[in-house]
Design a protein around this ligand. Structure first.
Ligand SMILES: *Cc1c(COP(=O)(O)O)cnc(C)c1O
Length: 355
């Protein structure tokens, strides 16, 4: 075999497996262990686990860095925000995941840090906000507004200010965007979403190419202890094995649904960043129509979260924590891997009922 780098779909299938030796299992076993016999590298269950390590190897290979597993996406983000010095400034997308914004607001209210929320599509405003910042946390596309940031320009401004650039890559996945290739310092994931992909596990991860940062974050994880269970890591890795197939199919479905949604009289605006499996639509007749739509379908499930094999949707402003700049009638749709004609028939029936 040549030394050409492996393609992402091959990495998704092969990375993080035991060696090809007689009687080795194909899959890394689930290791339930709170402690290990003394004298080795791991020692204790909060410091490491072979099942996390397998997941970390696979995700690290896909993102092009070294990965650390966490109990959830927000546990990973909390550990990253712990790097910010007392009273220092964080710049973040105003339309970040609402839990991220709530975490920042909570830290700001307690005087731990200051936070400037920016419109990531206004690159000049983001660049000026970077001045004096110690960390810039971007989502691109943003959740649920689906705005796209100019990552290279913002990276230059962040680095000029001496700030770390962190990209939440949950929506794009490493198959559609590799922020470390754009010189981001850290990538963070809610592995709960596309990486695990089956709506049955909560997990998070951080990936970096910077060995020093890796060491600091590993140390923070050891001390904070926001670690996943081994079963979660096993399920996330099992899900990751088909990431490329799921993303390819869900994205193709999303692109077709965008074409069909565009021009339906019940639908005002259709937002789609050109990639991925998330679509946000605004119902022409407002929030009540959006709530009705979410209750009228048979296949589409009214549920929060995203990135599973099943198509789900919800009106985001039903959450009081969602940003007030998100339209009341916006429905975020997470397109699954079902047959697109079935998905459309279900949606179209419900949409027709609204008109
Ligand atoms: C869901 C989500 C998170 C939080 O992840 P959890 O696993 O739910 O803690 C963070 N960022 C984005 C973009 C998300 O969609």
């Amino acid at each position: 075999m040549s030394d050409a780098p492996l393609k992402p779909s091959t990495i998704a299938v092969h990375a993080g497996r035991p060696p090809h030796e007689s009687d080795q299992p194909f899959n890394t076993p689930v290791t339930f262990a709170s402690t290990y016999v003394a004298g080795g590298d791991v020692e204790y269950g909060r410091y490491g686990n072979p099942t996390w390590a397998a997941f970390e190897e696979a995700l690290g290979a896909l993102e092009g860095g070294r990965a650390l597993s966490f109990a959830s996406g927000l546990a990973a983000i909390a550990t990253i925000l712990d790097l910010v010095g007392q009273g220092q400034k964080v710049v973040a997308s105003r339309h970040s995941y609402s839990g991220t914004v709530m975490q920042l607001a909570d830290l700001e209210a307690r005087g731990r840090l200051t936070c400037e929320l920016v419109d990531v599509t206004d690159t000049d405003a983001v660049v000026s906000a970077c001045d004096g910042a110690s960390l810039v946390l971007l989502e691109s596309p943003t959740n649920p507004a689906l705005e796209v940031a100019d990552i290279p320009t913002i990276r230059d401004a962040a680095h000029a200010a001496g700030a770390y650039l962190v990209v939440d890559n949950t929506f794009a996945t490493p198959l559609l965007q590799r922020p470390l290739d754009l010189d981001a310092d850290l990538v963070v994931h809610s592995a709960t979403k596309f990486l695990a992909g089956h709506s049955d596990v909560l997990m998070g991860a951080i990936v970096t190419r910077d060995d020093e940062l890796f060491g600091v974050l590993k140390n923070r994880r050891d001390l904070i202890g926001a670690v996943p269970g081994p079963m979660e890591a096993f399920l996330a890795l099992r899900g990751l094995r088909t990431l490329h197939l799921r993303v390819e199919r869900a994205q193709a479905n999303a692109q077709e649904l965008v074409r069909r949604l565009d021009g339906h009289p019940a639908v005002g605006e259709v937002r789609y960043p050109g990639m991925g499996a998330i679509i946000s639509i605004e119902l022409a007749q407002g929030a009540m129509a959006a709530d009705l739509l979410c209750r009228k379908t048979k296949l589409w499930v009214h549920a929060t979260s995203l990135g599973g094999v099943e198509s789900t949707f919800e009106r985001r402003r039903r959450w009081r924590s969602e940003a007030a700049t998100i339209p009341e009638a916006l429905v975020r749709m997470s397109v699954g891997i079902e047959d697109v004609d079935d998905l459309w028939a279900d949606l179209e029936t419900a949409l027709d009922d609204l008109t």
